[in-house]
Design a protein around this ligand. Structure first.
Ligand code: NAD
Length: 267
């Protein structure tokens, strides 16, 4: 019996990176998984997004672990796609115990060169996206009188990032949503927490490096200040944190910010 036997998790941005690692870990620990991802290239940022093939292979890996998987292609900005995925999940699993609001984008821009489109895409995906998904999942959690929502913010949701003002604003906003939802949903026995990783070794980091004409390690080092001697952490490290905060071991944590930063925020 795993920690999450009989539980279900709805994970956005699950095709690759941190979302995929978390889907696999929760499935290994017994959860059935809905993997939601835009699964196509968006015009912005100009880097690789998840793919339909990655979603299909993730489904195969989850099923090989003996768990059930629902895969759903859709954009967290599109209410119709989110509703459809939530309805498919309810039809397949009958409940949603864990929501991991993980889908997000990142790109650099100085404040005086940032366009309306760049600002809007960042805020719409990273901040409004979690709102879009949460409002469709929460009614089922309220009905069940139970649930855990984990928001993937960033160290940039607790500090500033150079040439990342739109990203930083979106991630601080997500920290704020975490606190507000924790207050609103505690009477329904629903916990809401945010996690705050330092740079993570994912396709996002590779994409930023390609856009900036530099290396992934240089991108990770720009966040300047992991105290431990590592340029980045791995997606599996984040998955371990999500598994903890989503479990009953963290049953009295709500409204809290869980930092996984290799010491970055100390200075
Ligand atoms: N990589 C890092 O250094 C880092 C550090 C801290 C926090 N984060 C945050 O962690 C989360 C996951 O990042 P990652 O590193 O795994 O990134 P990633 O780019 O490797 O993966 C993100 C996934 O989200 C999907 N996605 C993007 N926009 C979407 C949309 N509009 N609708 C649905 N799916 C969408 C992508 O297709 C992709 O599969 C993001 O919110 C990111 O901001 C990343």
């Amino acid at each position: 019996m795993g920690e999450f036997s009989g539980k279900t998790a709805f994970i956005t941005g699950a095709a690759h990176g941190q979302g995929r690692a978390t889907a696999l870990l929760l499935a290994k620990q017994g959860a059935d998984i809905t993997a939601f991802d835009v699964a196509k290239k968006l015009g912005y940022p100009r880097y690789e997004f998840g793919t339909g093939a990655e979603l299909e292979s993730l489904k195969g890996e989850i099923e090989a672990l003996g768990r059930r998987a629902v895969i759903a292609s859709g954009d967290v900005r599109e209410d119709a796609a989110v509703r459809k995925a939530v309805e498919e999940t309810m039809a397949a699993f009958g409940k949603i115990d864990i929501l991991f609001n993980n889908a997000g984008i990142c790109a650099y821009a100085s404040v005086d060169s940032m366009t309306d489109d760049e600002w809007n895409a960042m805020i719409d995906i990273n901040l409004k996206g979690p709102f879009n998904v949460t409002r469709r999942v929460v009614p089922y959690m309220i009905r069940a009188k139970s649930g855990v929502i984990v928001n993937n913010s960033s160290t940039m949701g607790l500090r500033g990032g150079n040439r990342l003002s739109h990203y930083t604003a979106s991630k601080w906003g997500l920290t704020g949503l975490t606190k507000a939802w924790a207050i609103e949903l505690a009477p329904h026995n629903i916990r809401v927490v945010s996690i705050h990783p330092t740079g993570v070794n994912t396709p996002m980091n590779d994409g930023l490096a390609a856009m900036e004409g530099t290396t992934p390690i240089e991108i990770a080092e720009r966040s300047a200040g992991n105290l431990l001697p590592v340029p980045w952490i791995e997606p599996e490290d984040v998955a371990n944190l999500v598994a903890y905060v989503a479990s009953d071991k963290a049953r009295y944590a709500t409204g809290s910010q869980f930092v996984l930063d290799a010491g970055l925020l100390c200075v």
